[in-house]
Ligand binder design. Sequence first.
Ligand SMILES: C[S@@+](CC[C@H](N)C(=O)[O-])C[C@H]1O[C@@H](n2cnc3c(N)ncnc32)[C@H](O)[C@@H]1O
Length: 331
Amino acid sequence: MNATINLEKKHFPVLLNELVNIISPLYGGTFIDCTFGEGGYSKKILENSKNKIIALDRDYEVKNFADKLKIEFNHRFDFYNLKFSDLNKFKTKKPKCIIFDLGYSFNQIKNLEKGLSFQSKSKLNMQMGLNEFSCHEVIHNMKKENLNKIFKFFGDEKYSKKISNKIDRERKKKILKTDDLVRIIKSIKKNKTKINQSTKVFQALRIFVNKEISELISGLINAFNILPIGGAIAVVTFHSIEDKIVKYFFKHYSEDKNYSRYLPSPAKATKYFDLQLKKPIVPSKNEIFLNPQSRSAKLRYAIKIKHNCDFLDFKKKFEYLLNIENLCREI
Ligand SMILES: C[S@@+](CC[C@H](N)C(=O)[O-])C[C@H]1O[C@@H](n2cnc3c(N)ncnc32)[C@H](O)[C@@H]1O
């Protein structure tokens, strides 16, 4: 999502019709909306009177939207201010489908205090909710070498070293705010495209501050563990790191040639998912026209067909990203 905002704009649930098309065969039961946001998905699913929703969001401020749905749908809707890494709490609910719409909402970016927008002049923040530290601590307390790694691995930022060196010089002179960070990045990167120069560094810091890698990995594993056979997981991603993780999770465990390096024999390879779509669903031209922020969205979906997966390959595969996330021990 691009973090420049037009305050006139409103929230559009991304790929909503496409999501409904794939999950509606499962209608008549409990759905878990792991990223409630402004409730676009939940509301649509609740239009079918046979459905119930358990909604989660790490941001307490979405409670206003949740309260409205509670009034309208009463016992068919419950909201919990939790991170989706806590999905295990719903082990007994036998959900039909668990849905993730990753990233942040329009409402969060509009709130300049959260510092997710390039237009913010506030203290560095970037917390979506239930965090352990903010972007202020990252920018002011972490070694420049580690800032470099965060920008490089979580943002794929070519100028990561120059940017972290300049941050290091400037933070010795004053407390840096969000607009100082934007200014530092601009002074290093000449803008040759339509994309804002700060996009990659902001993405990297947001992933780091919100521990988005471990959240996603635990969220997906816990979703699998609480799903009954025949239940589905649907995930909308917005950037390539998220998509790489989700793609591997579904693809690796839906192939019978997923021979694990950690198992004694290739004969033990097992399919845990029925992969419904080989390629992700992406927004139509019309959706991108109405909501340009949707342009990088990808929807992937699979049905669980077997219990008891150890996910060792999955955890190993993304260990290098979890190691970057663990640099926060330094704060
Ligand atoms: C893109 S918005 C979801 C929009 C929603 N589908 C709708 O239709 O309104 C993403 C939401 O997920 C929440 N979120 C992000 N990471 C989360 C996590 N690890 N656990 C719970 N909620 C999370 C954010 O706070 C944000 O409200």
